[in-house]
Design a protein around this ligand. Structure first.
Ligand code: SF4
Length: 130
């Protein structure tokens, strides 16, 4: 979206840290049309742009399955890590404890949370991560 500035110049709308929304986008999705992960990725892009989060401060954590592909579809400038099946919460907890200046975003599908990931999630809930 282009906007006109006070001096009449046109350019993309930027957030309060001076980044246009394109800096929060990722690659073209290869997930199924209508997949919920695509809608979630779009909302993440919107939210991070609106909040003016520096992309390099974000860790995109995932496990195995379709959900593990979705971090490629938002915030290309952020860091990304694809862990083993069901262990995204544990790995994310460790990463944030190791570097508390980072903001972590965990992506998981059905199998990674209530089934395989139950043990890791139970361990992550009492932690003080954000
Ligand atoms: S989770 Fe995987 S199989 Fe299901 S709709 Fe999304 S891309 Fe398709």
């Amino acid at each position: 979206m282009a906007t006109t500035t006070a001096n009449g110049a046109t350019g993309p709308k930027v957030n309060h840290i001076g980044l246009p929304v394109i800096e929060y986008r990722g690659g073209k999705s290869t997930l199924c049309a209508g997949c919920g992960h695509n809608a979630i990725s779009e909302r993440i892009i919107d939210a991070m742009f609106e909040m003016g989060v520096q992309p390099e401060r974000v860790l995109k954590m995932s496990g195995i399955g379709c959900s593990s592909k979705s971090p490629a579809y938002f915030m290309s400038r952020a860091h990304s890590f694809n862990g083993v099946h069901g262990r995204m919460p544990s790995i994310t907890t460790g990463a944030v404890l190791a570097n508390r200046t980072m903001m972590a975003l965990g992506v998981s599908g059905a199998a990674g949370r209530p089934l395989v990931g139950a043990t890791g999630l139970a361990g992550a809930v009492p932690s003080t991560t954000r």
